[in-house]
Design a protein around this ligand. Structure first.
Ligand code: HEM
Length: 177
């Protein structure tokens, strides 16, 4: 690690100068970061709300909700990729500061948890699609479905909390890196 930071600082020195000297460049990168957060976080938290409001008895509503959740994966993943690229560009503009920042490490930890939670959401969604609508007499399948719905609800609560934590650590990073 001791050799890595100085060599990264050297490699990104031209970008650090451009980012530091040009308000237009730094404003553009920060804007891309915040717009990606607006759409990625906005879609994700709205989907979390829909998941948490889906009534257990309404099969049709739940099927529509799963379809909506499925359709939102692509825009959220695209927004996360843009958040990564713009975030890395901002971090590369001041490696010395961010490499020593516990807030930056905490933020990357939050983002990593957000990705793991996303995979758990995807797995629960796929399980529910596979289970489909079991016959009421099939107690094992009905029980399994109830368990997976609880898992899906848990990922919705975790998603809302982690997106919020990513924003809070982002603002802290800007003010206290
Ligand atoms: C869910 C993902 C993310 C969200 C919601 C998010 C949100 C934010 C927010 C709200 C800010 C404050 C911007 C400002 O006040 O100007 C910020 C700053 C920042 N973010 Fe992110 N971010 C995310 C992912 C990332 C990733 C993956 C990285 C790094 C690879 C990153 C690196 C940064 C850096 C370095 C800053 C500080 C910029 C500065 O001080 O000028 N972010 N982020």
């Amino acid at each position: 690690m001791s050799a890595l930071v100085p060599s990264l600082v050297h490699a990104f020195a031209p970008w650090q100068h451009l980012y530091g000297d040009s308000k237009a460049v730094s404003a553009a990168v920060t804007t891309v970061h915040l717009v990606a957060m607006l759409f990625g976080g906005g879609y994700a938290v709205a989907a979390d709300r829909t998941t948490l409001r889906a009534r257990s008895g309404d099969v049709g509503e739940r099927r529509r909700m799963l379809g909506e959740l499925h359709a939102l994966h692509t825009p959220v993943v695209v927004a996360l990729i843009v958040l990564f690229l713009s975030g890395a560009a901002m971090a590369a503009a001041d490696i010395e500061t961010f490499s020593k920042s516990p807030v930056f490490i905490a933020k990357l930890g939050v983002v990593a948890l957000l990705l793991v939670n996303g995979l758990m959401l995807l797995r629960a969604e796929r399980s529910l699609e596979r289970i489909g609508q079991p016959a009421p007499a099939d107690e094992v399948a009905v029980q399994r479905q109830a368990t997976v719905w609880r898992q899906l609800r848990a990922t919705a609560w975790a998603s809302a909390a982690l997106w919020t934590a990513a924003v809070v650590t982002g603002v802290l990073l800007t003010n206290a890196a």
